[in-house]
Design a protein around this ligand. Sequence first.
Ligand code: DQA
Length: 148
Amino acid sequence: MKILVINGPNLNMLGIREPDHYGRETYADLVAKIQKHCAAKDILVEVYQSNHEGDLVDKIQSAYGCVDGIVINPAAYTHTSVAILDAVKSVSIPTVEVHISKVEEREDFRRISFVRLACVKTITGHGTDGYLEAIDYLTEEYRHDRHV
Ligand code: DQA
């Protein structure tokens, strides 16, 4: 089973940016936590981050036929990007949307999610544990559909 974890803009600033919303763990801590979790469960994982919308679209497209599930936190692009929504729809790979903070309890514009329309599940407000929950969901629900 292979999972691709995609993080959008400013998530490389975890640990520095707005700790009241995103906690004190750094982006490197997050990557290490995901890798350790997946190693223990024999899941192949790639963790990718970009601040650029087109790069995120390219990464989603490159997953076609190569991964069994995607975990995506598109960060600010969640609330604006039809391109990321269309990319997730294009590849037909089960995708879980993750947000570290409880987006529905913040500003009104954070309640809008374009990518959610293409996702099988959304996890918000569980901190970085939300990524692990998303990986577990995909590996449990889609283990019989695996291609990789
Ligand atoms: C976020 C929430 C978004 O609204 C914000 O733009 C982010 C991070 C989260 O993980 O809680 O950058 O996706």
